[in-house]
Design a protein around this ligand. Structure first.
Ligand code: GLY
Length: 452
């Protein structure tokens, strides 16, 4: 859809906005989705926030509705006359929830199914980026594990082996040597630890530099960069252990200055959105998440694209959205109308820091569970969350209600505590102090988030 067109759902949406009593639906059930629902609940233009399907903690912020399949969600939105829907996770986007909403004339924020391939196929995306002249590491794509093994033996440098499809942020295995790379190929392609997502792999030269998650809103033509966040992907302190969905985050980022934002916009984000629209007829509307490796080359920094995601990151969103002062409804309205550049984003300069509490090592019915991201126990009561200082935000990822109405764990990542501070150190001390008030069996969190 071009910016010149003005579809019927937009009139309905703007009408509701004008009266100031919008109903908003957030799709998702994790900490990011809690943060999105919380942000919409701050808007004076929103009367009610629904979340499909949410969790116990989200039900304190919004009305959770027990619908999960895209068809059931669109039926709910139509019946409830939802004015605006915002999709948090990648799975419903890749399943085509946006196409479904648009076919029924309902306003929704997120890329459509075609655009969602940017995340759901790492291999096709890398090929496309290379053709568009956007910096990517040297890479090759394989669907045969023997050919993949022969390749890693031949290249003579360390690699990263990536499952092609969706793997909940855990599909990239960073390898130190050939033995590691062969093991990764076996795990992904033969043992199928990520299921069919590992039928193909993208094998990339491992780059050394500074890793950065960079987010923009896109209306398909123009882009609005967000503030950056530092994410901590590894399970244990000092970046040890397996990759997880994210163990903590903070924002502002120490080295994202205006010049670097300009470099990333000019070398990656703008040519990408324009290139996919003009050369591949992919119209990208929603949140664009660039996973970058910044490499110093001579006097310049080159932002290499490691991955593209089609959504806000988690836990990055938990520190970015609390800093956004602009009404999220205004941003969504501008995205839908194709006039994003008319809505400058305003940001709170103070620090936010997020600690994620996960289900760690416990003794289960069948012996010891290693804990997230490996096997973990669920259903254990959580104590002390209500005693956390109200100056912190608590976003829930994996919580539910037990038989006696008590708060229990239901997932690997359980909740995040987000603090505010004038400095990173102040925010860090505040979050760690509050985290100590909470306990559950096997609770684990990293102790080095925000430590410089
Ligand atoms: N924190 C990484 C992700 O959301 O994929």
């Amino acid at each position: 859809m071009g910016s010149g067109e003005f579809p019927a759902f937009l009139f309905l949406f703007l009408e509701a906005v004008g009266k100031g009593f919008m109903k908003v639906l957030v799709v998702g059930s994790g900490g990011r989705d809690h943060a999105i629902a919380w942000k919409f609940a701050q808007s004076r233009r929103v009367k009610k926030v629904y979340v499909a399907h949410g969790n116990a903690g989200i039900s304190r912020t919004a009305q959770c509705v027990d619908v999960q399949a895209p068809e059931a969600i669109v039926d709910f939105a139509e019946k409830e006359r939802i004015d605006l829907t915002f999709v948090g996770p990648e799975k419903p986007l890749s399943a085509g929830i946006v196409d479904l909403f648009e076919s029924r004339g309902l306003a929704i924020i997120g890329p459509d199914r075609r655009a969602s391939r940017l995340e759901s196929s790492k291999c096709d995306t890398k090929v496309m980026l290379r053709k568009l002249g956007i910096p990517v590491p040297e890479f090759a794509v394989f669907s045969d594990p023997d050919q993949a093994r022969a390749y890693v033996r031949s290249v003579g440098y360390p690699v990263v082996v990536k499952a092609d499809g969706l793997a909940a942020g855990k599909g990239s295995l960073v390898c130190d040597d050939v033995a590691d790379a062969e093991a990764a190929i076996h795990e992904i392609m033969e043992a199928k630890i990520f299921g069919e997502a590992g039928s193909r792999v993208d094998i990339e030269k491992r780059l050394y530099g500074r890793e950065l998650s960079f987010f923009c809103f896109s209306d398909g033509y123009s882009l609005a960069p967000m503030v950056a966040a530092q994410d901590y992907k590894r399970a244990y302190d000092n970046d040890q252990g397996k990759n997880t969905g994210g163990m903590g985050s903070y924002s502002p980022h120490p080295w994202l200055d205006e010049a670097l934002v300009r470099t990333i916009m000019e070398r990656v984000a703008e040519p990408l959105i324009q290139g996919i629209r003009e050369k591949y007829e992919i119209f990208y509307r929603g949140v664009l998440y660039l996973g970058l490796m910044l490499v110093q080359e001579g006097t310049a920094i080159t932002p290499y694209v490691l991955e593209i995601n089609i959504r806000l990151g988690d836990p990055e969103a938990q520190v970015i959205l609390p800093r956004l002062e602009t009404d999220l409804v205004d941003v969504c309205e501008a995205i839908l109308a194709g006039r994003l550049k008319e809505v400058p984003l305003r940001w709170d300069p103070r620090y936010r820091l997020c600690l994620i509490a996960v289900s760690g090592r416990t003794k289960g019915k069948k012996g010891w569970y290693k804990g997230y991201p490996d096997r973990y126990k669920i259903g254990v009561p959580i104590y002390g969350l209500d005693t956390v200082d109200p100056g912190c935000l608590v976003f829930h990822s994996g919580t539910g209600w037990g038989d006696d109405g008590e708060l229990i764990t239901t997932g690997g990542r359980v909740f995040g505590i987000v603090s505010t501070g004038e400095t990173l150190e102040e925010a860090r001390a505040f979050a760690y102090r509050e985290m100590e008030k909470v306990t559950f069996e096997g609770m684990y969190y990293r102790k080095d988030i925000g430590r410089e």
